[in-house]
Design a protein around this ligand. Structure first.
Ligand SMILES: *[C@@H]1O[C@H](CO)[C@@H](O)[C@H](O)[C@H]1NC(C)=O
Length: 98
């Protein structure tokens, strides 16, 4: 590691609380918005953001997924009678509320 990087690294770890972005994490949220499996909190690192995916079937909310993700593009994908709606945010902690 370059000598000049060290102070920067220390500084950024001290300022870490300013950048710390916490997100809801849940492997499966049911249609009522209740997390059924894998409920926790994740810490977005590097270029990660809070991520929320909603899955619709026949225009009805079927289930969802929350977490931290570095590969996230806000979009909606339609596939036959299923729609996936992805959202990403990093403007406030827990912004990926279902
Ligand atoms: C979601 O889960 C909660 C708690 O298990 C349950 O009460 C509710 O009926 C579920 N909703 C659906 C749509 O399955």
């Amino acid at each position: 590691m370059g000598r000049s990087l060290l102070p920067l690294l220390l500084l950024s770890s001290q300022l870490g609380f300013l950048q710390a972005l916490q997100c809801f994490q849940c492997q499966r949220i049911n249609a009522s918005g209740v997390c059924e499996t894998g409920e926790s909190v994740c810490q977005a690192k590097g270029n990660q953001q809070c991520f929320l995916r909603k899955v619709y079937k026949d225009d009805t909310l079927s289930y969802g997924y929350q977490g931290c993700s570095s590969v996230c593009s806000p979009m909606t994908i339609f596939y036959m009678d299923v729609a996936l709606e992805d959202k990403c945010c990093n403007d406030s902690p827990f912004c990926n509320k279902f």
